[in-house]
Design a protein around this ligand. Sequence first.
Ligand code: UT7
Length: 329
Amino acid sequence: METIRILGTGSYVPPHIVTNDDLVQQGLDTSDEWIAKRTGVRQRRVAEPEVTTSDMACIAAQKALDMAGIPASQIDLIILATITPDTSCPAGANWLQAKLNAPQAVSFDVTAACSGFVFAMNIAEQFLKNRTFRKVLVVGGEVMTRVVDWNDRGTCVLWGDGAGAAVLSLGESGPELLSTHIHSDGTNGQNLLLPGGGSRSTPINHESVEKGLHHLRMIEGNMIFRVAVRYFMESIKEAAEHNRIAVEQVDWFIPHQANIRMFQNISQTMNIPMEKFYLTLHKYGNISAASCAIALDEAVRDGSVRDGQLISMPVFGGGLTWGGAMIRW
Ligand code: UT7
């Protein structure tokens, strides 16, 4: 029977590294010790000013297509999960489509913040099951360092830039996407806000820039932390129960890379060994929708993930949004 298969994965992070000490040297009132202890982040990648989300998404996508062994001309749907598209209109996915030279594809963006990659896989799953499309390119890409306020030590230390991709198709063999699960809560989504340019605030003008509306705001990070831990755990359980898999049977947890203390907390509460969490946040920080896609690709390429292993991908993000995926590699 044909089910949903992952034909290939790919990722890209820009080469420029900014360490915690670099931030201190730039005058931010913080320390490597505080950031590392409270978040797990040691450094992040920062895209050069001329590099856009679709530039990085294109490199990640090409790597995924190469692993899949198919040309871009065979992709019939491109979904880009991002909150930092090249432009609001056209969609970031359309810039990506043009760069990939895939005119036959349909393309659109998904806005679900840090949960975006799993939301995009969920949408791809529906189209594949309906047989509307045969080959889908799912990408998470962000230039978060361009929307953070570099004077706000409570948020700027967390974020980084990059992109991750996967090619999905119906098939009878190979890594299988067993299920995806998505949730949102708009009534409690205001504490992670990127107001600038939206209809809720003034258009981008001197006033909105003076008010800093173009910057990502995080209010009550502590509260977000606790909610994130709860939804990460619920998402792990939901994906396991749906597939009749005991949480202990899962070989790898490849979560949205938010904060190492969240996973230490989950590890203790759910009795999951820390070694089962595949983490990239120490070197890349939080890359929003791209985080778990990049981590999945790195886990596949460095040989951590082996054939037949079970992977749980819990995610949580602004919106609020959360969910998970279960994969048998
Ligand atoms: O991707 C999903 C979206 N968001 C998240 O995942 C973020 C979730 N939240 C968090 O990860 C944590 O709340 C943070 C890492 C953002 C903050 O850690 P915290 O332990 O919750 O710190 P806090 O906000 O309660 O602040 C504690 C203290 C404050 O000082 P006072 O008021 O106690 O004197 C902050 O001003 O730490 C201070 N602080 C810093 N100190 C040094 C905040 N940021 C920094 C910093 N360096 N970078």
